[in-house]
Design a protein around this ligand. Structure first.
Ligand SMILES: *[C@@H]1O[C@H](CO)[C@@H](O)[C@H](O)[C@H]1NC(C)=O
Ligand SMILES: *[C@@H]1O[C@H](CO)[C@@H](O)[C@H](O)[C@H]1NC(C)=O
Ligand SMILES: *[C@@H]1O[C@H](CO)[C@@H](O)[C@H](O)[C@H]1NC(C)=O
Ligand SMILES: *[C@@H]1O[C@H](CO)[C@@H](O)[C@H](O)[C@H]1NC(C)=O
Ligand SMILES: *[C@@H]1O[C@H](CO)[C@@H](O)[C@H](O)[C@H]1NC(C)=O
Length: 360
């Protein structure tokens, strides 16, 4: 009997092992501040985030792709999800962040959400999503889509407080094996279009959200012996991106399409002093990180467009940003991967840089 038991255990271990290799994570925990907590990987050393910007998933079918860098037909949403699958297999991120315009004008938003989340869910990778200005232009509003997103496996996304502006303002904490938070990740809904008839253009992160950020950030510091540094994700760049002209790494090929109003979020991040980088999408052919003289300690980054069904640039590959927390949370490195062709071709790594390094 003991032998049989041991053999059963060995068999169980064999059955469990491939799942562990495939990246299935421990059951998620909640931090004392009430946020989802995800563990640092590789013996408390690293945590890799893949940012996927502006997928613009519509129906999952083929249609003429826009501004593709090479000839390729048929072409459509499946080229976008193929690229995502190859990125996931090559980079094996610990978290995937969809930074908005995940879907665009979807006739069936539920189906469109299932299409872009499938490669991530299939691989059991935790993921977070924020909304852009095009997500709600199909058959559902953001609250309806959030109900679907929250019900899907492996997501760390949450609706967030209902008494502030936006849908999907939430924080996630990256913790070490002693349960100390080494990094906080903030996700905000930067809205869609201005609802003020006197102001045109895009929406902005509102004062209620800025107040929520200040409180949530303070709560995390209150519950930890050190102030954890922060990474911040949202869709529409704030006006300070116009001034991100110092230490630029990457390409700027269109204007910064920020709101006309400054909602004060950059000022709050500067005042709180814990954020080391922000990551937005929205402007598909900008993929740079730069710094504004108003706060050179904060890197202002774009992801670069992933989606084939929306505008890109003919001589410029679709791409995605990797953000790698290293050295147990004391260093943040970033780079991008380019889609140069079908399965089997390499995805060149470009624009590698260190965004932040601790002075402890
Ligand atoms: C899109 O995917 C199809 C099917 O795999 C392929 O034939 C085509 O070349 C791809 N297009 C681009 C631009 O990569
Ligand atoms: C995900 O898994 C399902 C079921 O095994 C499979 O049908 C589908 O093709 C997979 N999708 C991706 C993107 O790998
Ligand atoms: C960390 O927290 C989990 C539960 O959230 C607990 O099971 C574990 O013992 C804690 N570890 C340490 C080192 O405190
Ligand atoms: C955050 O807000 C809650 C509710 O208003 C309050 O109880 C708490 O003290 C605040 N936390 C901090 C650190 O300001
Ligand atoms: C950008 O820089 C200009 C020139 O220094 C300055 O007047 C402006 O206030 C800055 N804008 C923002 C949003 O910081």
């Amino acid at each position: 009997m003991p032998h049989l038991f041991a053999r059963l255990l060995a068999l169980a271990a064999l059955l469990v092992l491939p799942a562990a290799v495939a990246g299935i994570v421990a059951p998620r925990t909640t931090s004392p501040s009430g946020n989802v907590a995800l563990p640092l990987g590789h013996n408390d050393q690293t945590f890799k985030i893949l940012q996927l910007a502006d997928m613009h998933i519509k129906t999952g079918t083929d249609y003429g792709c826009l501004n593709i860098p090479r000839d390729g037909s048929p072409c459509g949403d499946r080229n976008t999800t193929d690229f995502i699958g190859r990125l996931l297999d090559d980079e094996r991120p610990d978290l995937v962040v969809f930074t908005g315009d995940n879907v665009a004008f979807p006739p069936d938003a539920k189906k469109a959400i299932e299409i872009f989340t499938e490669p991530v869910i299939n691989r059991s990778i935790p993921w977070a999503a924020v909304f852009g200005n095009h997500d709600a232009q199909g058959n559902m509003d953001n609250a309806q889509m959030m109900d679907i997103i929250e019900s899907l496996p492996h997501t760390v996304t949450s609706f967030g407080p209902r008494d502030i502006d936006g849908v999907g303002n939430f924080a996630v904490e990256v913790i070490d094996s002693s349960n100390e938070t080494v990094f906080s990740l903030f996700f905000l809904d930067s809205g869609a279009y201005s609802t003020d008839p006197d102001i045109g253009g895009y929406d902005w992160i509102r004062p209620s959200q800025v107040a929520w950020y200040r409180n949530a950030s303070a709560e995390i510091s209150y519950n930890n012996p050190h102030d954890p540094p922060e990474l911040v994700f949202f869709h529409i760049p704030f006006p300070e991106y116009h001034n991100a002209t110092e230490n630029v790494v990457g390409d700027k090929q269109e204007r910064v399409n920020s709101a006309q109003v400054n909602g004060g979020f950059f000022a709050a991040l500067t005042d709180v002093g814990k954020a080391v980088a922000t990551f937005v999408g929205h402007d598909h052919v900008n993929d740079f990180c730069g710094r504004s003289p108003e706060n050179p300690l904060l890197a202002l980054c774009y992801g670069g467009g992933v989606g084939y069904g929306t505008y890109g640039r003919r001589s410029w590959e679709r791409r995605a940003r990797i953000i790698n927390i290293e050295d147990g949370g004391r260093l943040v490195r970033t780079w991008k991967r380019l889609d140069t062709g079908p399965k089997g071709t390499p995805m060149p790594m470009v624009h590698e840089q260190i965004l932040w390094q601790a002075n402890w």
